[in-house]
Design a protein around this ligand. Structure first.
Ligand code: URA
Length: 436
């Protein structure tokens, strides 16, 4: 078999056989197939797509390209959650403790942010002392003791995705439905949970820009998971504007703490209650979503969800005093306010623009080697659908960069806003749920 023949076959719109997909992935992981042939194949897939059978086989080959975790020694039904990425997405920090406080088992492996999207691991690492490098017995013990652990993926898990994602990132092939589906599901399947809740984001700040694509991606992933015996369900959530108000690592941790105290922004809480209710049903901690939602509301009101977060931070070596007194988090030396220049409704706040701006303020990485400024980012004061008067605060920009570096970013942030004299509705965060 020759790789060039497989590239030509896919380029011309034909289906690859299981053997051909296996030949590509095995050869690529072993270093026998070079990056340039793999990227040509990924570009051919981006244009030509893949059948469900091809995506299933690709997922299976990627999942088994490295270690596969066995979580059977953990008590209870293990539920995992994965978001396809967004701006201001601190859902795991709020949803994880909420669901664990209701009795479900969360053994979660999370990722880092890249480009305009943030990552849970970076957010957690903004808590001084907290380690995401917990593996093996320590990970198992923590989950058994407190019901939740959020750790970084080890290098031995799904090495094919590591290589393929890095290549996709620099060859314009991230936004391919089959490649995203195989990337997400290979990691979720290899990390061993019994049930999976996928949060497929849609809008400017997400990889899926429209509902048709988001629905197709969600359906493929749900089918792959269910076919392999994992209870897999999905929510489609809005990512046209940032989720919640805070964008940037420690800023988002502070917002997550507020949310766990019951003072979270409406869209973030709605996503947590909807996704959390499905996860509790999957974990058999509730019979119906209505019963589950009540339990979730209770653990927010009685402080158990917050306490679970405190326990998790403590177990992972973090300084709990920051969670109890969030004012201890370092604040950037520059806090610049952007104010409305007219009386109007806010029609749009471009999540992609806000995410990229936060990154340029120091809050994200352009390459994996970049060091993040944990205090940098943007805190919105208003959301789409709000009415502002001239002079009202739109957002506050936090950065340690000097003026010459941050001034152009302020201009881009202003351009993220679209105003209207006409009434504008607030955005509905939950677009759809997919439960088969
Ligand atoms: N998240 C992933 O894990 N993989 C992708 O390809 C896109 C989003």
């Amino acid at each position: 078999m020759r790789m060039v023949d497989l590239i030509v076959k896919k380029r011309d719109g034909h289906e690859l056989t299981d053997e051909e997909i296996r030949f590509w992935i095995n050869g690529y992981v072993k270093g026998e197939i070079p990056d340039y042939q793999s990227s040509a194949m990924q570009m051919a897939i981006l244009f030509r797509g893949m059948s469900h059978r091809e995506v299933s086989t690709l997922t299976d080959c990627m999942e088994h390209s490295g270690e596969v975790l066995d979580l059977s020694m953990l008590r209870g039904i293990k539920v995992d959650k994965h978001s396809t990425g967004g701006v201001g997405d601190k859902t795991t920090l709020v949803l994880g403790p909420m669901v664990a406080a209701c009795g479900a088992t969360i053994a979660k492996l999370s990722g880092r942010g890249l480009g305009h999207t943030g990552g849970t691991l970076d957010k957690l690492e903004s808590i001084p002392g907290l380690s995401i490098a917990i593996s093996g017995q320590r990970f198992v013990d923590q989950v058994n003791n407190i019901g939740i652990a959020v750790a970084g993926q080890t290098a031995s898990l799904v090495p094919a995705d590591k290589k393929m994602y890095a290549l996709r990132d620099v060859t314009g092939t991230v936004e391919s439905i089959p490649l995203i589906a195989a990337s997400v599901m290979s990691k979720k399947l290899a990390s061993g949970s019994d049930a999976i809740l996928l949060d497929v984001t849609v809008g400017e700040g997400a990889f899926m820009k429209n509902m048709d694509d988001a629905r197709e991606l969600a359906n493929i992933m749900v089918q792959i998971g269910n076919r392999l015996g994992r209870d897999t369900r999905a929510v489609l959530s809005d990512m046209s504007e940032p989720l919640g108000l805070a964008v940037g690592n420690s800023l988002e941790v502070k917002e997550a703490i507020d949310a766990l105290h019951g003072h979270g922004p409406k869209d973030l809480m709605e996503l947590c209650f909807t996704a959390g209710a499905i996860m509790l049903v999957q974990a058999k901690c509730a019979k119906t979503k209505e019963e589950a939602r009540k339990k979730l509301e209770e653990v927010i009101a009685n402080g158990e969800a917050f306490n679970k977060f405190v326990q998790m931070v403590e177990a992972q070596g973090g300084d709990v005093s920051y969670i109890l007194h969030p004012e201890k988090f370092e604040v950037s030396k520059n806090a610049i306010e952007i104010r409305a220049e007219e009386d109007a409704y806010i029609k749009a706040i471009d999540a992609l623009e806000i995410g990229e701006s936060s990154m340029r303020l120091g809050g994200g990485r352009a390459t994996l080697e970049d060091v993040i400024d944990m205090s940098a980012g943007i805190v919105l004061a208003k959301k789409v659908g709000d009415f502002v008067k001239k002079g009202d605060l739109l957002c506050t920009v936090y950065t340690n960069k000097d003026k010459a570096a941050y001034l152009p970013v302020l201009e881009d942030i202003k351009h993220a806003y679209v105003f209207s004299k006409e009434h504008v509705e607030h955005v509905t965060v939950i677009k759809e749920t997919i439960e088969m």
